[in-house]
Write a protein that binds this ligand. Structure first.
Ligand SMILES: Nc1ncnc2c1ncn2[C@@H]1O[C@H](COP(=O)(O)OP(=O)(O)O)[C@@H](O)[C@H]1O
Ligand SMILES: O=c1ccn([C@@H]2O[C@H](COP(=O)(O)O)[C@@H](O)[C@H]2O)c(=O)[nH]1
Length: 336
């Protein structure tokens, strides 16, 4: 994930499943998840942050309105960040102030756990396994996702790839939104997290291209040396991809070959998101619902045309699935 994505992570997300449950968004709570207030940033989050969320719930049961949570998995440098960014741009969300965004992107990169001094030293030499599920603060991920699903404002740490640490006292505030894209190499690995996703995307890119892009990115953006990058890749990244990430491809509803270059797949996903957002916008009538498409046409225009075709939510879901299956078949043998 790039720093750019980190800033995108501030956007809120959410679009949920059956259109029939997409009623009115509840009032936004001012509660926060507490990304970190202790020295290791984990224990306090779990105890204080989570209990604050519970205290601020308006009722013991989950809101009938929920964000639509989309998981975006794929190997390192496969283009997960770029795909999410493209979706945001096509929905006209990237240029909106964060609190007004209806679609947000969050990366699991924000949730690497706090390392011990010994682990940090190994990380500097490319000898710490960041691709193993244990490298992530899974409880923090789960608490954050649950907070967002409950329409809470979530506060998540900012991770620094150069020092392998969370930046002290820096957080990203993620506001409740209608659609949340959560991207990361292992987001389909944990069943408890995987089961929260209403749509699962897997960004597929051949290993050579990923390695080449990763080397360039790590040297340019993550303060790495060539030797340690290759060393880390050979020792951990590649084997962990084969053991923990690649096998989760089977959970995907949609596989996106060629990553962000695949405009056909991305356009279909964007269209699907728009279909979910429109009913909410018309029910809310809220001024913050200002989604626009690429051509700066109000979102409502495009969706209205689709409504005129007499398609319902189920038809749309089928059309999306069929369309994406076609998109993938057309590239079979090259990347899939
Ligand atoms: N289609 C592309 N062509 C060239 N470079 C790309 C393309 N897609 C992504 N990249 C570059 O590859 C690197 C990894 O992409 P990114 O979207 O951050 O992947 P991920 O989030 O899966 O790690 C970034 O430096 C990005 O700029
Ligand atoms: O301190 C760190 C933390 C993570 N990594 C590597 O990052 C990638 C995951 O990020 P992508 O944006 O999906 O590539 C993972 O493969 C880790 O090895 C790191 O090098 N250092």
């Amino acid at each position: 994930m790039t720093n750019l994505l980190h800033s995108e992570a501030e956007m809120p997300v959410a679009l949920n499943q059956p259109l029939s449950v997409l009623t009115r968004r509840p009032p936004r709570s001012e509660a926060y998840t507490n990304g970190s207030s202790s020295s290791n940033g984990v224990g306090d989050y779990r105890s204080n942050g989570h209990s604050r969320i519970l205290e601020n719930r308006e009722s013991p049961s989950r809101n009938p309105w929920q964000p639509f949570l989309i998981g975006v998995a794929g190997g390192t440098a496969s283009g997960k960040t770029s795909v999410c960014h493209k979706i945001m741009c096509k929905l006209g969300q990237d240029c909106l102030p964060h609190p007004e965004r209806r679609v947000v992107t969050i990366s699991s990169d924000s949730f690497y756990r706090v390392l011990t001094e010994d682990e940090r030293q190994r990380a500097r030499l490319g000898e710490f396994n960041f691709d193993h599920p244990d490298a992530l603060d899974f409880q923090l991920i789960l608490d954050t996702m649950n907070a967002l699903l409950d329409s809470q404002v979530a506060r998540i740490p900012v991770y620094d790839f150069v020092t392998h640490t969370r930046l002290p006292n820096e957080y990203i505030h993620v506001y409740p939104a209608d659609v949340i894209l959560f991207e990361g190499i292992l987001v389909f690995y944990f069943p408890e997290l995987r089961n929260l996703f209403k749509l699962k995307l897997f960004v597929d890119m051949d290993a050579d291209t990923r390695l080449a892009r990763r080397v360039i990115r790590d040297l340019k953006e993550r303060g790495r040396e060539l030797n340690s990058t290759i060393h880390q890749y050979t020792l951990f990244v590649k084997p962990a991809f084969e053991e923990f990430c690649q096998p989760t491809k089977k959970y995907a509803d949609v596989i996106i070959p060629r990553g962000a270059e695949n405009d056909v797949a991305i356009n279909l996903i964007v269209q699907h998101i728009k279909e979910h957002l429109l009913p909410m916008a018309s029910e809310n009538g809220s001024p913050r619902r200002s989604m626009q498409d690429d051509s700066n046409q109000p979102l409502t225009n495009g969706v209205h045309k689709m409504g005129e075709n007499g398609l319902n939510g189920h038809d749309e879901a089928e059309r999306l699935t069929n369309g994406l299956a076609r998109a993938e078949r057309s590239t079979n043998g090259r990347y899939a």
